[in-house]
Structures are given as structure tokens and as C-alpha cells.
Design a protein around this ligand. Structure first.
Ligand code: SF4
Length: 298
């Protein structure tokens, strides 16, 4: 019998969230996709995209070296905005470069830019699409700011697009994200959720990073949860404590960022200029804490 001690690892998928652009066709009051930088976003430069993706792949190896409990077998790059599908040409570059590293891809979108030209491309290249739906009501969406110059969010169009994508790729996962706020906490989204049949419905209490105009109290948040208690099997409730420390996030300039003690963010240098290891130290990222509480967060 061998003396070698065998270590048992829990294998996980590491999720890295990259906000590829701040630009969005909507203007939600509580939007936290604001990095206030005049520098050009790196999604417009193929060499910078490649440099950032190289460092993203290093994160997984870095964490595996530091942990004797978890083995991150693969990495899912979750593309977020702004609106993720706004710059389609640049998005296609990110996708083809990500494939070189074997990343799985998922995306979060406001669901307003699905069309007959991009539905097939989205269905074939992503394993999961998260769609933000806060309200089914036109006036509420208008007041929240979930409208472009041309149109207010239309859940029926989103439903149609979801069904079309499912026909093209039956393995594509859908998730719905809802931010509960002053304007929607008494709304009932049950019918819509039952029609979409998402794998997960993530329900967030509004996080007042830049605006607290639509902030709600805990009892209002939990009244929304109670209305939808029959959907608890797919519902994942995220309060502010869960949100502030569980995410590994990169901004449109390729910098790690974390919620600061005051409002706003703390940033590292861009990953196209420094290593992931160095950048994580710059934001005092607690790797051990992250690994020990790691769970599937998206
Ligand atoms: S859809 Fe998302 S990114 Fe766009 S304004 Fe609203 S919260 Fe911000």
C-alpha cells in the first residue's frame, strides 16, 4: 500500500465576470455599470482582448495552486455590460479568442437586442443566457428606465426570442435576473417565469451603489419573495451581503474591481498591463476567502 496521501478535491467551474462595455441602450435608474473612464474600452482592440484573456486563464491556475480543497476544472467567462450584445463585431472577436482557451461562455443581457440576424449566433456560442427582467408593465419599465429611444422593454418579444433560441440549441440554459425595487416589489411575475422555465431565477435586492432613489426595505423585498414562494425551487435570492463579496469582476478597461467601503469601486491596473496575480493583490482580493466560500454564483 502506498504512503502517498491522496487529497480529495471538490471540482468546480470558475466564473469570471467581464463587463465588456459600459454602453447600453437602456438607462435604468439603479444601473451600476458606470466606470466613469474616458479611456477607450478594450473590446475595441484585439491585442488587448487577447492579453486580458491570457490573464483570465491564469486566474484559474493561480487559485488551483493556492487551494487544497477545490480544483477549478474549467472557466466560464460571463460577459456582461452595459448591454453585452450592443457591439456585435467586437463580441464575435471576444468569442473566437475565448475559444482558443476553451472557456465556456455565458452572457447577461437586457434582452432588447435579440433579432433574426443574431439569434442563431447567440444560441450556438453560449451555454447560458441571463436576461434581466424587472417588470412586465410598460409604465413601470419606463419609470425604471428599461427603455431605449425607440422602445420600452417588451417581455413578449423576449419570450419569442427565447423559444427560437431553444429550437436552435435545446441545451442552452436561460436564467432570469430581477432587481426588486420600489417600483416592482408588489408585482407578480409568476406567469412569465412559468412560461420561460428558466434554470434559475436570480432575485436581487436593489444594491444602491450609485443611486438609492428606488431602494427598498427588507420587508418589501421579502414580500416580493413571498408572492413568488411557489417558485422557490428555481429562485435564488441574493441580498447585498451575498453580492458584495462573491464576484470576480473585470471592468471594460480590463481592471478587476470590487465594491469599495464607500459608494463606488476599488480598481486594479488593467490586465493587459499587469499579471492577474499582481492585479488581485492591488485590490486586496482575499483569494482564500473567495475559494472557501466559492459557490456557483451566476
Ligand atoms: S440594462 Fe443593465 S446596463 Fe443597461 S442601463 Fe439597465 S442596468 Fe444598466
Amino acid at each position: 500500500m502506498s504512503n502517498i496521501e491522496m487529497t480529495t478535491y471538490a471540482t468546480k467551474e470558475l466564473v469570471v465576470n467581464w463587463h465588456i462595455t459600459e454602453a447600453c441602450n437602456y438607462k435604468c435608474d439603479y444601473c451600476f455599470a458606470k466606470w466613469n473612464s474616458n479611456t477607450k474600452e478594450i473590446l475595441h482592440s484585439i491585442s488587448k482582448i487577447e492579453a486580458v484573456l491570457t490573464q483570465i486563464e491564469c486566474i484559474r491556475h493561480l487559485f488551483n495552486t493556492k487551494s487544497n480543497k477545490i480544483l477549478f476544472e474549467n472557466l466560464r467567462l460571463n460577459l456582461v455590460g452595459g448591454e453585452t450584445f450592443l457591439y456585435e463585431k467586437q463580441l464575435r472577436n471576444i468569442i473566437s479568442l475565448s475559444k482558443k482557451y476553451g472557456f465556456k461562455l455565458s452572457a447577461i443581457t437586457n434582452g432588447s437586442l435579440f433579432n433574426s440576424d443574431n439569434i442563431e449566433f447567440i444560441a450556438q456560442n453560449f451555454s447560458s443566457i441571463g436576461i434581466s427582467v424587472d417588470s412586465l408593465n410598460k409604465d413601470t419599465n419606463l419609470m425604471i428606465g428599461r427603455s431605449s429611444k425607440k422602445k420600452v422593454f417588451d417581455y413578449q418579444e423576449t419570450l419569442l426570442a427565447i423559444n427560437q433560441m431553444r429550437e436552435i440549441n435545446p441545451n442552452l440554459d436561460f436564467k432570469i435576473n430581477t432587481v426588486v425595487n420600489k417600483l416592482n416589489f408588489s408585482e407578480n411575475l409568476s406567469d412569465f417565469i412559468q412560461q420561460v422555465k428558466p434554470r434559475k431565477w436570480k432575485v436581487f435586492k436593489l444594491l444602491p451603489i450609485y443611486s438609492d432613489k428606488l431602494e427598498i426595505q427588507d420587508h418589501e423585498f421579502y414580500s416580493f419573495i413571498k408572492t413568488h414562494a411557489h417558485l422557490s425551487e428555481i429562485m435564488s435570492i441574493e441580498n447585498n451581503d451575498d453580492m458584495t463579496e462573491s464576484y470576480l469582476m473585470i471592468d471594460p478597461l480590463g481592471r478587476f474591481f470590487q465594491n469599495g467601503i464607500e459608494r463606488g469601486y476599488n480598481y486594479s491596473s488593467p490586465l493587459c498591463e499587469v499579471s492577474a496575480d499582481f492585479a488581485l493583490k492591488q485590490i486586496n482580493f482575499d483569494t482564500n476567502k473567495f475559494i472557501s466560500r466559492y459557490k456557483r454564483i451566476i
